[in-house]
Design a protein around this ligand. Structure first.
Ligand code: C5P
Length: 244
């Protein structure tokens, strides 16, 4: 995985067979696959290995959040799986994120494996300003996103997960090297589902997203490989045009 506008297909299912089927169909068409809590809790490391055995890079979205020692232990437990990208909640604080990064580096060194990139989840897009105020956090969500993005960078993590509408501001504030992993992306003409503030893959890539996390428009398509390839083409031509 590397460079802007890469597509990660979110395999949101508890069925290993369904996920393996998608993985085979998408092999070579996308930059990676996203497995989340739902899949991991249902199928554990064995289920994960059935998908990673295809050789496609995995974005393991577990959103770890606990005291630093426990998160370091969780990262250690996951390290042999070699996810390409792993998530932690930035709200867990500086020491927790540093512990995650140190544990990942230590295990990679010990096991002679590539270190997973770790990205911080800032503010869940399911929370609006009112929800944040209900949990004692005053001020607009965008301020909190910026604060947590800076904390994530201070902890030495590789980037953050952010909404498509935050890309420009975060790219400007955080610089070119900071990874922006972006869900809530919908190819033009496709069903938004429960995603409220969507953007097209081409728009999100041009705005500076490194990774586009796209689930249903790919997995629920009659031909998932064709759907993924079209998105990759759309992004490629948008970036090509932007570079000219
Ligand atoms: O099917 P869809 O494209 O909406 O899937 C998006 C994926 O990104 C899902 O796996 C979802 O859990 C994840 N995600 C999201 N919004 C966030 C964070 C993650 O949709 N803020």
């Amino acid at each position: 995985m590397g460079s802007k506008g890469q597509v990660l297909a979110a395999l949101d299912t508890v069925s290993v067979n369904e996920a393996v089927g998608w993985a085979h169909k998408l092999d070579g068409a996308v930059a990676g696959l996203k497995l989340g809590l739902e899949f991991f809790l249902a199928n554990g490391q064995l289920g994960y290995r059935r998908i990673s055995a295809t050789g496609i890079p995995i974005f393991l979205d577990l959103k770890l959040h606990d005291i630093p020692n426990t998160v370091a232990g969780a990262v250690k437990a996951i390290a042999p799986l070699q996810p390409s990208i792993l998530t932690v909640h930035a709200g867990g604080g500086l020491a927790m994120m540093q512990a995650a990064r140190e544990s990942a580096a230590e295990q990679a060194d010990k096991l002679k494996l590539k270190r997973p990139r770790i990205v911080g989840v800032t503010v869940l897009t399911s929370l609006d300003d009112k929800d944040l105020s209900a949990v004692g956090q005053t001020g607009p969500a965008s301020d909190q996103v910026k604060r947590l993005a800076e904390l994530t960078r201070s902890a030495g993590l590789d980037g953050i997960v952010c909404s498509p509408h935050e890309i420009e501001a975060l790219r400007r504030d955080m610089g070119e090297e900071f990874l922006l992993v972006v869900p809530g992306v919908r190819p033009s003409g496709s069903d938004a589902g429960d995603q409220k503030r969507v953007r097209t893959p081409a728009d999100a890539a041009k705005a500076g997203a490194d990774y586009l996390v796209i689930g249903r428009p790919i997995t629920q398509a009659a031909d998932p490989r064709d759907a993924a390839s079209r998105i990759v083409l759309e992004v490629g031509s948008a970036l090509g045009q932007a570079a000219q």
